[in-house]
Write a protein that binds this ligand. Structure first.
Ligand SMILES: [Zn+2]
Length: 441
């Protein structure tokens, strides 16, 4: 009876919420309050896919959903991105009959990495995709090792793990386990032997603590590694990007499946590879997956183009407190061989909590912008002066920086300067402060 009412309450609240455009976790929260073990009282499908990791969860899940949908599969997923237990509960109950039977064949879940263990206490995913573990939200997550420890209890022994082979800490989940497959990217022309980031999270073996050796890196600690002491090394991927032609805008997976890139970043390439590997596990042919996600433009996309006066702009949504996501955006800007201005906006560090900690700015490789192509760098938002302090530790000449904390004032200055091209780097928490004042295209 409790189950019946919890499901009914969730469905009603979700319907009301949808009318008023409210968040999707509240109905789940109410159902859990009424029936705390509701998730173990419902009948779930045979295939339950979980996707977690620091970055790329939403994009990976969206692309998996695109492939499943085009193959006519019956599935449900948390498209609003509510990825903690309340959001997952709302997703499940809203697709259940009042008798507690999930009405689709596949359940696809984006799961918060820190709280995955709570979500998966009541039921177990059959496929568990882990994208990467980066420094992310220091105030909430601490260090990647800490997140590793938080995820580990969430992984049921029977689940098939689908892991990023190129991320040492992620591949560590597969040590001593059967039923694990890996995905990875082979050496590319842009790969380097040394770490090019401002810090190195791949310096030591996560298993024994001895120095790690790298044959190559694609960025940060992502690459081909082996421990100098123990047997820990990059496992052999079953699905691999054999060619990442970023400037030409395509990938080749396993030497045969060509996938066009709507956004030419390594980030996007790894998300595509994670999606491809998972879909192959579900028995979908590589060529079919490639056709469905080739040139796919993400709904949850990080990239927005806009106009500001005569200036053509591109917003590269990054994540505050996540230096790898910033570095990827800066790397992309640096790889565009054209004159441009750049604006960096840090105003509210998080949407969910307050923190004034800006130590993460020192993890970002802002020196990537030090090129004659960068005409001017605007620093704006509440933390504009913190950014200016960070920039004082780069080789970028102070005279090329304009610091204007007030966002409208900064945008006026950019408009007045008449740059042809502008790249904006900011976070989901701040980007509307820019997008509401420009003309999106
Ligand atoms: Zn070792």
């Amino acid at each position: 009876m409790k189950r019946f009412f919890a499901i009914l309450l969730c469905k009603l609240l979700r319907r009301i919420g949808a009318k008023f455009g409210r968040g999707s976790s509240l109905p789940g929260q109410a159902a859990l309050r009424l029936c705390p073990d509701i998730l173990s009282r419902v009948t779930l499908p045979d295939t339950i896919i979980a996707v977690t990791g620091s970055n790329g969860k939403t994009s990976t899940v969206e692309m998996i959903a695109q492939v499943l949908s085009s193959c006519g599969k019956s599935f449900a997923y948390n498209k609003e991105g509510s990825n903690q237990i309340e959001g997952v509960t709302a997703l499940i109950l809203s697709h259940c009959s009042l008798r507690g039977k999930f009405k689709r064949d596949i359940l696809l879940i984006e799961s918060d990495e820190r709280y995955a263990r709570l979500t998966f206490r009541a039921f177990h995913p059959t496929h568990f995709v882990i994208t990467n573990l980066y420094r992310d939200q220091l105030t909430r997550n601490g260090h990647p090792q800490w997140v590793f420890d938080a995820i580990r209890p969430a992984i049921p022994p029977e689940a098939q793990l689908i892991l990023n082979a190129d991320d040492p800490l992620v591949s560590l989940f597969g040590v001593g386990r059967d039923n694990t497959v890996f995905f990875g990217m082979e050496r590319q022309s842009f790969s380097t032997e040394d770490c090019t980031a401002v810090y190195d999270d791949g310096k030591y073996c996560p298993l024994c603590g001895a120095p790690m050796l790298y044959d190559w890196r694609h960025f940060h600690h992502i690459g081909s590694y082996r421990c100098s002491r123990c047997d820990f090394h990059r496992p052999d991927p079953v699905c691999r990007i054999t060619e990442a032609a970023l400037s030409e805008g395509f990938l080749i997976i396993d030497g045969e499946d060509r996938i066009g890139l709507s956004f030419r970043s390594l980030y996007n390439a790894y998300n595509i590879l994670a999606c491809y590997t998972l879909c192959r596990r579900l028995g979908i042919e590589g060529s079919r997956i490639a056709a469905e996600i080739s040139d796919y433009v993400l709904r949850s996309g990080r990239v927005v183009t806009f106009r500001l006066g005569d200036t053509e702009g591109m917003l590269l949504t990054s994540k505050h407190e996540n230096s790898v996501s910033y570095d990827q955006s800066l790397f992309y800007i640096a790889s565009q061989k054209e004159s441009r201005a750049v604006v960096i906006l840090v105003d509210a560090i998080s949407r969910k909590y307050f923190t004034g900690d800006t130590s993460w700015l020192f993890d970002i490789n802002f020196g990537l912008l030090n090129s004659p192509d960068t005409e001017r760098i605007y620093l704006t938002g509440r933390y504009a002066y913190d950014l200016a302090v960070r920039f004082s530790y780069t080789d970028i000449d102070r005279s090329r920086l304009t610091v204007i904390p007030d966002i409208p004032e900064a945008l006026d200055a950019i408009r007045g300067a008449g740059h042809r091209r502008l790249y904006a780097v900011s976070c989901f928490s701040d980007r509307d402060k820019l997008l509401s004042r420009v003309e999106t295209t």
